[in-house]
Design a protein around this ligand. Structure first.
Ligand SMILES: [Zn+2]
Length: 307
């Protein structure tokens, strides 16, 4: 599944075992964690599925076209319970709004036409340069979920990604967390945080994304207890499937636009496909930005969730 085919950390045996699990049951693990309205004032994060899986069309809610044109400095509509701290890296579970705990967030709670472009990095660094150049040229911020292993392997890229927006924690080396003991699972989260802080000087808290999107209530509770919000996505571009998987920059763009809705969280990946070497998400970013802008959308980082 996603990224497993791109990753390099698994032995063949482990990968074979995990593939069996990942492609079957794991996509159902957190299906019960449907998100209900965060607050009365922000009727947002209710998605029909906790997280779209590859091949599943995005939950393309018909967007309530109400708000004014968004900018990149948008105040979130998280209601009265929003915290006062987070980007300082001092966030703890106490500072995470209750509405963001106990679940995987698949959309920013807002009625504004804003989108968060997010990039997961766990494989190689291909495409990062193009992505960063596009974001800088268009003055669009993004959120980057890095594994500790990626930051160790590509420290310069990790620092540049951090400077281009917001970092998030994507575990140490991208295992299926539900398969780990409590201790090992927690070490994946805290170990990545330590590495990201050492390499970039920035704390990825309070943003965490589960490898493969795999979680059960146990992992979500632990993530929350460590001061993180579990962030999923509204739409997976499936660019990671590559040209050999039948994808194209056009299909990436189509999926993003079909799912556009206030607070859309777009999942993309850095790195090239392991066999066809395509970098479809990187290639599609310029069109994704212009397409969303044409529809009246602006761009934010996932800091918007907690600020
Ligand atoms: Zn990943």
């Amino acid at each position: 599944m996603r990224t497993l085919m791109r990753g390099t950390s698994f032995t063949a045996l482990t990968a074979a075992v995990l593939l069996t699990v990942a492609c079957g049951a794991s996509s159902q693990i957190s299906a019960g964690s449907t998100i209900s309205s965060a607050t009365a004032a922000s009727p947002v994060i209710s998605s029909p599925t906790a997280r779209p899986s590859p091949g599943q069309s995005a939950a393309s809610a018909s967007a309530p076209m109400t708000s004014a044109t968004a900018t990149t400095s948008v105040t979130p509509a998280t209601g009265s319970s929003k915290p006062s701290a987070s980007s300082s890296g001092t966030a703890s579970s106490a500072t995470i709004p209750p509405s963001l705990r106990g679940r995987v967030i698949s959309r920013i709670p807002t009625s504004r036409r804003i989108v968060a472009l997010t990039f997961d990095a766990g494989a190689n660094g291909d495409g990062v340069d193009a992505i960063l150049r596009t974001l800088a040229r268009e003055r669009v911020p993004a959120t980057f979920f890095l594994t500790g292993r990626f930051a160790d392997s590509y420290p310069t890229l990790a620092r540049r990604m951090s400077a281009a927006g917001r970092l998030g924690n994507h575990s140490v080396n991208h295992p299926h967390l539900p398969l780990l003991t409590d201790a090992r699972m927690q070490a994946q989260i805290t170990g990545a945080e330590t590495t990201l802080r050492r390499v970039t000087g920035k704390n990825p808290r309070p943003l965490f994304r589960f490898p493969f999107g795999d979680s059960t209530p146990r992992e979500i509770r632990r993530v929350d207890a460590l001061g993180y919000v579990a962030v999923g996505w509204t739409v997976d571009t499936l660019g990671w499937q590559g040209t050999s998987g039948g994808r194209s920059t056009a299909s990436v763009l189509r999926r993003v636009l079909a799912a556009k809705t206030p607070g859309e969280i777009v999942l993309m990946h850095v790195g090239s496909h392991p066999t066809d070497h395509s970098t479809l998400d990187a290639n599609a970013v310029p069109q994704v930005i212009s397409g969303l802008r044409a529809a009246g959308y602006g761009f934010v980082t996932l800091d918007t969730l907690v600020h």
